[in-house]
Design a protein. Sequence first.
Length: 136
Amino acid sequence: MLLHLNPASGVPIYLQIENQVKHYVAAGALAPGDALPSVRKVAADMRINPNTVARAYQNLERDGVLRSVPGGGTYVAENPGGLLKSEKIRRLRPYARQIAVEGTQLRLEPHEIVNLVEQELESLEVANERVGNSNR
């Protein structure tokens, strides 16, 4: 798992880790049951505080993306989509609002903003197909 962290981005490091792990899972680069590197390994590799990585892993576990086995490591959850639809929408709404606000501030038309989101969804589908084909 390759993480690209940017301390100057204004986004907290733990959120950058969370977002990238979620992206890898959504794209199929991390499959259910895959092991993640330990908190200490990620912290050492990225030269960041282990508490930062631990916070990201804990949040991902709370969100159902990861599962931890005491003394046995951290793994991608078998069923990361086990939440109720209303809960999924509740969690996604702040991101949708952020995209809408950013797009509006950039003076994009609503259909352009929607097209961008659709393009990203399509790129995830293509990535999933590539991963699926490479596992055969």
